[in-house]
Design a protein around this ligand. Structure first.
Ligand code: UDP
Ligand code: MG
Length: 170
């Protein structure tokens, strides 16, 4: 039994179908703790980096469009990104999420209940869930800055940034 953290994304189809509340409720069943959360519009660069392991697949560019919510447009072209932590968090969360293919997923899992396969063959499965702890580390470091996580989970270092432009409240 290990304490793990993982990245969960409520994908644009989950946002459009107004499933945020349902998904968070289902995920809360296994009593993991949220240690980071934000809503964001996914850039092409972030989408490509997130799915880089699938870059040679024929559906890669459609997958990159999907996670950016391109087919949905405003105001659904965003994701809710969450970092959860807890004992055996990854296997527990992936069980609730269900299999990648919504047709094969347990019907009472999130993907089984809410996912669909598009006419282009993309699995729109409403949620992303890291699959092991090394993938989780890579993904959390990709999606979040250290100060956006309320706990110290991975090693950090201090750097001095010069001439960095930043927007602040006027
Ligand atoms: N995907 C797809 N068709 C496939 C395999 C994957 O559309 O044949 C999409 C699906 O949205 C999936 C994502 O690509 O969630 C990432 O694939 P992965 O194999 O990592 O599955 P996951 O870890 O999300 O279950
Ligand atoms: Mg995966």
């Amino acid at each position: 039994m290990a304490i793990e953290q993982l990245l969960i994304l409520i994908k644009p189809d989950g946002i459009k179908k107004s499933l945020t509340g349902n998904i968070l409720t289902k995920l809360s069943e296994v009593r993991m703790v949220i240690i980071g959360a934000k809503v964001l519009k996914v850039s092409e660069k972030l989408a490509e980096e997130h799915y880089y392991q699938l870059r040679d697949k024929p559906f890669f560019s459609e997958l990159v469009d999907y996670i950016q919510g391109k087919i949905y447009g405003e105001p659904w072209n965003r994701v809710l990104a969450l970092v959860y932590q807890g004992e055996d968090a990854i296997s527990k969360m992936r069980k609730i999420a269900g299999a990648t293919n919504p047709e094969e997923a347990d019907p009472v899992s999130i993907r089984g209940a809410y996912g669909r396969i598009t006419t282009h063959g993309i699995y729109e499965n409403v949620i992303h869930c890291s699959s092991d702890s090394s993938e989780a580390k890579r993904e959390i470091e990709l999606w979040f800055e250290p100060e956006e996580i309320v706990k110290s989970i991975y090693p950090t270092k201090k750097v001095v940034l010069e001439k960095e432009e930043k927007t602040i409240w006027a």
